[in-house]
Design a protein around this ligand. Structure first.
Ligand code: PBG
Length: 333
């Protein structure tokens, strides 16, 4: 046989045939845009380790949300940076009806009722120790049961303020079930839970902790976040979260954990989300600022890799940039 009957290049001949046969695609609806909020007014403060990404005050965040909505983004995930006087070892302030998070939810929902507002649920912005839970000081341990109680109160306060979904990022055992029970009992059965199911103890969260001033004051997060050496454990976490009542499962970080994204999407019928975290963003920004990589291209390639691995939903600091590119007809442009 002089020539092969199957020529794989035929389906690569033109933009038209490549688009027609592409197995995956991106759309602004796939993205959840994280937003960092702090107290005060008129603030738009660039995070040094996340060039081009900002913390906003309540007045300026509205402009940013408008820009996100204008490029087709339909969901945001809120994080707040709290002042030191709001931090203790109980997480009490996390559930204050008039806390910064609760005010942010109300203001954003009032202006954008259709926008899906999701909130981070973990105690680290409220912890004097920078941990996601309540610490037993003597033992230097994070106590599961009391932390879950505090998280339930925190989650309820977000929902009462008008949030549509909560996203528990703390990795305590049993917290999804406890939050689901509380929602059912309090009349919030229709509210969603995006479970950080396979959240790894990663070195890629550094820039985020700079942004929120939430680095652990002692030790690390390895007694609650997952060991990067483990894969099957991620599937176990996902099964548990699904059984406890999660509506969407997340893998975090993204790029180094695409095998886990594939595992979860094969083993659950719930939508799988992936979080391209601050360190991934920082790496891409650093290399592209140096001119070593092309920013637009590497951004789109990184995002499509999540879709190819099986994610439906992508949390990314590139949400706005990528959406701009997509509504301008990428990859035809
Ligand atoms: C807090 C939380 C973290 C991130 C999301 N929620 C940091 C951490 O667990 O230390 C990381 C996000 C990012 O790096 O972009 N529980």
């Amino acid at each position: 046989m002089a020539f092969p009957n199957q020529r794989k290049r035929i389906n690569r001949t033109s933009t038209g045939i490549r688009n027609l046969t592409a197995e995956t695609s991106l759309h602004p609806h796939d993205f959840i845009a994280p937003l960092f909020i702090e107290g005060g007014t008129n603030i738009k403060s660039e995070i040094p380790s996340m060039p081009g990404y900002y913390r906003y005050s309540l007045d300026t965040v509205i402009h940013e949300v408008k820009e996100l909505v204008d490029v087709g983004i339909q969901s945001v995930l809120l994080f707040v940076k709290e002042s030191d006087d709001k931090k203790d070892n109980t997480g009490a302030y996390a559930a204050q009806p008039n806390g910064l998070m609760q005010q942010s939810i109300r203001i954003i929902k009032a202006q954008f009722p259709e926008l899906l507002v999701m909130t981070d649920v973990a105690l680290d912005p409220y912890s004097i120790y920078g941990h996601d839970g309540i610490v037993d000081i003597e033992k230097g341990e994070i106590i599961n049961a009391v932390t879950v109680e505090a998280l339930v109160k925190m989650a309820l306060s977000h929902i009462e303020a008008g949030a549509d979904w909560v996203a528990p990022s703390d990795m305590m055992d049993g917290r999804i079930g406890a939050i689901r029970d509380a929602f059912n009992v309090k009349g919030y059965a229709h509210k969603g839970i995006l479970a950080y199911s396979a959240k790894y103890a990663s070195a890629l969260y550094g820039p985020f902790r700079d942004a929120l001033d939430s680095a652990p004051g002692f030790g690390d997060k390895k007694t609650y976040q997952m060991d990067p050496r483990n894969r099957k454990e991620g599937i176990d976490e996902a099964y548990l979260d699904e059984a406890e009542g999660a509506d969407m499962l997340m893998v975090k970080p993204g790029s180094f954990y695409l095998d886990v994204v594939r595992d979860l999407s094969d083993s659950s019928n719930l939508p799988v989300a992936v979080y391209q975290v601050s360190g991934e963003y920082a790496m891409i920004k650093a290399a592209t600022e140096k001119g070593w990589l092309n920013e637009q291209d590497i951004m789109m390639e990184s995002l499509i890799s999540f879709k190819r691995a099986g994610a439906k939903v992508i949390l990314t600091y590139f949400a706005k940039e990528a959406s701009k590119r997509l509504i301008n007809n990428y990859p035809n442009s």
